[in-house]
Design a protein around this ligand. Structure first.
Ligand code: DCP
Ligand code: CA
Ligand code: CA
Length: 359
């Protein structure tokens, strides 16, 4: 086999918004529900699995959905709650690897070729993650496991909901040949229709076309189709930062008016900040001092350095400079220090070093 091999897991929550609503409102469980779409011209964001046999889908107008399924219950969406669950599942991902690329609130790619648990089986990792997600959130997720992002993504849809599918290296080519082009990630409806008109229904049909032919017909994407159908998709899992900043703050029992006293408190605040950073092993370029005055008016002062720092004494030094940067307007009830503008996570190891494999 002449394609590069990584161990990629794609995790995607089942009927995400709808499942969260059914979890939070037991009277909605087991019923066809739609999140969004309730208003006059609203659009359905998510449909519960009970609504799907009727043909209710996301992006459909509420009116059409109601026509297809008269018993459909419309629920309004609660973004903050979905974000909260999203953060919970991401925390689980980071227990396995820092190479996590979220695609949306409810899904992410993980490169587990090398992982924090030293586990060899991607299949096992996916099963563990799904079990942890369920234990923590009482929601189900599906997973796909394969050698690249494209295949992992397609695989996660295969046994949905609450299932997973592994496409091991030796099955990649046959899997791709049998795959309907409408199921290709990256091929939209318009392109799939065009392929159908050209007699390209499956990966096997696609494979018969030369790269030149495909490029001529589909432009730049032609090259992408040519390669993915041969199991080649070299796009890396691009990690995004865990958090955008890390900080600590203290509210004083008595408002402070002298910088000298505040300096002392900054020492404690930076120590608390260091403790938090220690766990996350971060280095950042921007230091921000937050000052809340006795009348609750809040001011922030920041400075961006030419280099990344993580050392507490350097952070303290910068925080003090910010404190003295200009005269305080009033007595102070709270001070906070935060570090942001983080250095990106380390790039992954070259894949040649990781070929010891078991799916
Ligand atoms: N979403 C949205 N608008 C869309 C599509 C989706 O607001 N047009 C939201 C609602 C979904 C969530 O994003 O719950 C995740 O989208 P998915 O495409 O992953 O769909 P679901 O999670 O709802 O269902 P599935 O079980 O098929 O993944
Ligand atoms: Ca989903
Ligand atoms: Ca999704």
């Amino acid at each position: 086999m002449d394609f590069p091999i990584r161990k990629i897991v794609h995790i995607d929550m089942d009927a995400f918004f709808a499942s969260v609503e059914q979890l939070d409102n037991p009277e909605l469980r087991g019923k066809p529900i739609a999140v969004g779409g309730g208003s006059e011209r609203g659009v359905v964001a998510a449909a519960s699995y009970e609504a799907r046999p009727f043909g209710v889908r996301s992006a459909m107008s509420g009116r059409q959905a109601k026509k297809l399924c008269p018993e459909l219950i419309f629920v309004s969406s609660n973004g903050a709650r979905y974000k909260e669950v999203s953060n919970q599942i991401r925390e689980i991902f980071y227990e396995y690897t820092h190479l996590v690329e979220p695609l949306s609130l409810d899904e992410a790619y993980l490169d587990v070729t090398q992982n924090k648990k030293g586990m060899v089986s991607g299949t096992q990792i996916a099963a563990d993650i799904r079990a942890k997600i369920f234990a923590k959130t009482k929601l189900t997720a599906s997973a796909g496991i394969s050698i690249n992002k494209f295949l992992a993504k397609v695989a996660s849809d295969y046994n949905k909901p609450n299932g997973q599918k592994t496409i091991p290296p030796e099955e990649v080519l046959s899997f791709m040949e049998a795959l309907d082009v409408r199921k290709f990630h990256g091929i939209g409806k318009v392109t799939a229709d065009k392929m159908y008109r050209l007699g390209i229904y499956t990966g096997a049909d696609l494979k018969k076309r030369t790269q030149e032919e495909l490029t001529e017909t589909f432009g730049k994407s032609g090259g992408y189709y040519y390669h993915v159908v041969r199991g080649i998709h070299t796009s890396e899992v691009k990690p995004t930062r865990i958090a955008k900043s890390v900080g600590a703050e203290r509210t004083f029992s008595k408002n402070l008016s002298s910088e000298i006293f505040m300096e002392e408190r900054l020492v404690e605040i930076v120590a608390a900040l260091q403790k938090r950073m220690g766990k996350k092993k971060v280095a950042g370029k921007t230091i921000t001092l937050k000052i809340k005055y006795s009348d609750f008016a809040t001011q922030t002062r920041s400075r961006t350095l030419p280099l990344y720092i993580s050392d507490g004494s350097l952070i303290l030094e910068e925080a003090k400079k910010l404190l003295y940067q200009e005269k305080l307007q009033d007595s102070v009830r709270l001070l906070g220090v935060s570090l942001s503008n983080f250095k990106n996570e380390k790039k992954q190891q070259p894949i040649e070093e990781q070929l010891q494999f078991r799916f």
